[in-house]
Design a protein around this ligand. Structure first.
Ligand code: C2E
Ligand code: CA
Ligand code: CA
Length: 403
């Protein structure tokens, strides 16, 4: 139970059954909170902005707008209220909803299955909050992105012209012995006024405006240069994310090989990551590009595995060398038996196709221990390290060696 803060804790309940909502509000009041309940999503959003609750309980299944849609809207509003998901549906569905919410970077405290008791509500409220995923941990000193900045075509073109992009790097470790094997390069737009802008806010636009190729060029140039200058033995691997649009770029593999040679980076050090969906959208082009990359000695990884719609047959046809289990499963591995089952069978599947398996989204020690136990090859995630700007990395590597 939240305690000891001067500000009153306010709970807003959204449930289409007014009896349920009122009961829950009453229970919350008996726990010392202020509480209100509403039955309609529109009233919920009104109360959210006017009454400013600290906590909300959202019923998953409602007639006018379901709980998943409500959460999607909360994500759009970049709302960091503490959320408890409630429902009478089975725990599998609740788990899935919790995963979806975490994926939207919402601050989910937990789930509450009906019928609930005052004790269950108290337990759910007492969970220490999974902090909303913030970028601050990246140690980028610039101001965090100003919410109101609108990404426009002009701004994006200017950003590419002036190279306003910087890279942050997230370590990847071997599960077997926790040794660092490499880094994934993740792009950030460092806007002179708006601060750091994350890729989900500009990559889709760059793709639709045909600006992704020049942007990918900047990303590749910076990250190859960085990894080649990183004095570390053995040499670190570098993973770069590719957009689906790059698939149609027939000379991509050749150009990449030339640039690697120029920076004295071996192709074997470089992995290109492509989402499952991208690879499947045009699997003929994907086959060509991936084959070319492999022939030149690059590795290719299938990213976000488990979120797309590919068939195993199609996947097996494509010459991937690595499979990345999507973070939505890994983030919930500790709490969800179902997530663990999916991860275990994905690791087996990957290994039986001869692929290395990477788990991304490792947020706690339990998940890392589980991954080691089931023989997963590599891991990435906030528990190991957040993506870091270049000036942080040598320090981080040294600290780790001293441990
Ligand atoms: P992705 O390739 O799946 O990258 C992993 C994302 O998960 C990154 O978000 C990373 O910061 C975040 N992450 C890492 N560990 C954890 C964890 O333990 N928990 C949680 N909740 N999240 C974790 P980021 O950097 O915002 O990137 C989002 C997506 O944008 C990437 O997803 C990728 O699809 C795209 N992207 C990023 N950089 C590039 C790039 O250079 N080129 C292209 N084409 N796409 C990029
Ligand atoms: Ca990736
Ligand atoms: Ca991913």
């Amino acid at each position: 139970m939240p305690q000891g803060t001067a500000e009153p804790q306010r709970l807003l309940v959204l449930d289409d059954d007014p009896g349920v909502g009122q009961t829950m509000a009453f229970m919350a009041e008996s726990l010392g909170m202020e509480a209100r309940s509403v039955v309609k999503a529109s009233d919920f959003f009104d109360a959210l902005s006017q009454w400013q609750p600290t906590h909300v309980v959202i019923d998953l299944i409602m007639p006018d707008m379901d709980g998943v849609e409500v959460m999607r809207q909360l994500a759009r509003l970049e709302c960091d209220v503490a959320i408890i998901i409630s429902s009478g549906v089975g725990t599998r569905v609740l788990d899935a909803a919790e995963r979806a919410a975490a994926e939207h970077r919402l601050n989910v405290l937990g789930v509450l299955s009906k019928p609930f008791t005052r004790q269950k509500l108290q337990d759910a409220l007492g969970q220490s909050s999974r902090s909303p995923v913030s970028r601050q941990g990246e140690g980028l000193d610039a101001v965090d992105s100003v919410g109101g900045f609108e990404v426009t075509e002009t701004a994006l073109r200017e950003a590419i012209g002036q190279n306003q992009f910087i890279m942050v790097y997230q370590p990847k470790i071997a599960c077997r012995d926790n040794s660092v094997v490499g880094f994934e390069a993740l792009v950030r737009w460092q806007h002179p006024d708006a601060g750091i802008i994350t890729p989900d806010r500009f990559i889709p636009m760059a793709e639709s405006l045909d600006l992704i190729d020049p942007l990918t060029d900047l990303i590749i140039e910076q990250s190859l240069q960085w990894v080649s200058a990183l004095q570390h033995e053995p040499a670190m691997s570098l993973a770069i994310n590719l957009s689906a649009k790059t698939l149609v770029n027939l000379d991509f593999a050749d150009r990449l090989a030339v640039r690697c040679r120029r920076q004295t980076v071996r192709p074997g050090q470089v992995t290109l990551e492509m989402t499952e969906t991208a690879a499947m959208e045009d699997s003929v082009m994907a086959l060509e590009l991936l084959t070319r990359l492999r022939m030149k000695g690059f590795h290719v990884a299938i990213d976000d595995f488990g979120t797309g719609y590919s068939s195993m047959m199609q996947l097996a046809r494509l010459p991937f060398s690595e499979l990345k289990v999507d973070k939505s499963f890994v983030m919930t591995a500790t709490s969800s038996e179902e997530a663990r089952t999916i991860i275990r069978s994905t690791v087996e599947l990957g290994h039986s196709l001869g692929l290395d398996v990477v788990a991304e989204g490792v947020e706690d020690g339990g998940a890392l221990a589980f991954l080691r136990d089931i023989g997963c090859d590599y891991a990435q995630g906030y528990f190991i390290a957040r993506p870091m700007p270049t000036h942080r990395i040598s320090g981080w590597l040294n600290e780790r060696q001293d441990d």
